[in-house]
Design a binder for this molecule. Sequence first.
Ligand code: NDP
Length: 500
Amino acid sequence: MNLTLEPKAIRAAVAKLKFRTQAFIDGKFVKALSGKTFPTENPATGKPLAQIAACEEPDVDRAVMAARRAFASGAWSRQRPADRKQFLLKFADLLEANAGELALLDTLEAGKPIGDCATMDIPDTIHCIRWHAEAIDKLYSHVAPTGPENLALILREPIGVVGCVVPWNFPAQMVAWKIGPALATGNSVVLKPAELTSLSALRMAELAAEAGLPAGVFNVVPGFGETAGQAIGRHMDVNMVAFTGSTEVGRCFLKYSAESNLKRIILECGGKSPQVVFADAPDLEAVANNAVSAAFWNMGENCSCGSRLIVHKTIKDDLLARIASLAKTWKVGDPLDPRNRLGALIEKAHLEKVLGYIAAGEAEGAKRVFGGKRILEKTGGYFVEATIFDEVNNRMKIAREEIFGPVLSVISFSTEEEAVAIANDTNYGLAASLYTRDLSTAHRVARAIRAGTVSVNCFSEGDITTPFGGFKESGFAGRDKSLWAHEQYTELKTIWMQLA
Ligand code: NDP
């Protein structure tokens, strides 16, 4: 389905949607063995959308067995890379042909603005699958520099059955970030979507099968973290888990691994990303635009959200005035209306958590200069105004904890040393931005900030060609995106030969 970004066309497309609600195991949709289901709701209305199969340990076991059988058969794992490429390119074509539908599913379930889903999330999802597909038949292994009596091959082999446990903030895109490199390198996958957003993942599994991926290669087990997620983490026949979500649950996966089969664990966790603006920043209006996007895009439900704006004291008031004036143009409302730039927060409990942080900011003495209230309550949805706090210091709760909402904290500094110290004074280290006209300052500060991605004179996570992941409590072991993502889904093997 192609989607015209116009309210009437969007309403008509929503009316035609069909939801896939069962688990996708071994190439087909199946009920959970217990027959249990759970509701998924639209956070913009608070109303249920569908009942989804609630997978538990026996369902995960069934999916892992299917994935193992597929892996052992070699139907995917030992395909020529050029053939895997063709299947994945077909999968990407089918995603593209159904892009409008996938965008609507993510908007309906996650409350994300349709404009973002249709023009960013889903195109990036498709591009991610294509990029990894295109890469896979262009990678060479190594021959070690041994003596003439030996030949040593250093090969990368698929790791086996990969568990992927993903969050709700970029439902389709997070699936692609995991399965793109995992499938391209020849693994079988068992994926658990967030319980709040299962619909696009289930549709993607169906489209992968339609593209010709052998049964069992890509399975989706919707369900709860404590049950389905934990069963993947503890399964003795899962070789690795790639996880994106909170640091707290990331720690659980390390524990599951230690207490089961020492499966490889790759974690992409949260952040408290700094945006450092020096007095010589090139164009304050452009900085303001970037700062607003960094803080409010995706309702701040973004692991690389630039939630701490660290500004030189001489330009702080000027920048803040520009940001507040731009924030007014970020209209909050029905995510299906393409004019709105902010949709609903994911669920009621999360809305309350975000409002709790706003109250904590005020209680600790930060000065609220914009927004701060729940709005559009009559819709039944979970909407909050974009919110800006001035006069924040880095010890306050709003500057230390990941809010995962549209709340920007403004902190001022006097010297470069102080700016770097504030930027690094956090348990997290996922992303950072800095703004300066001076090349030396840019290099020095980019190196001094402890974060996986530092963007200069922009706010960016890079693109598919660059690795993404965090330092400190923002990540563990691997990276999403780029060829570095391939490494995490493969084992390194040495074949050592004695020559006659
Ligand atoms: P979680 O870390 O709780 O969830 C991420 C995934 O892990 C989901 O699929 C979840 O399932 C699963 N999970 C939850 N608990 C367990 C468990 N005990 N064992 C195995 N799997 C589990 O993130 P939330 O969605 O609850 O969000 C909470 C906070 O995490 C946010 O407010 C934000 O601060 C941070 N977060 C960070 C993200 C990032 O991109 N780095 C993304 C999302 C959240 P289920 O959905 O059933 O809970």
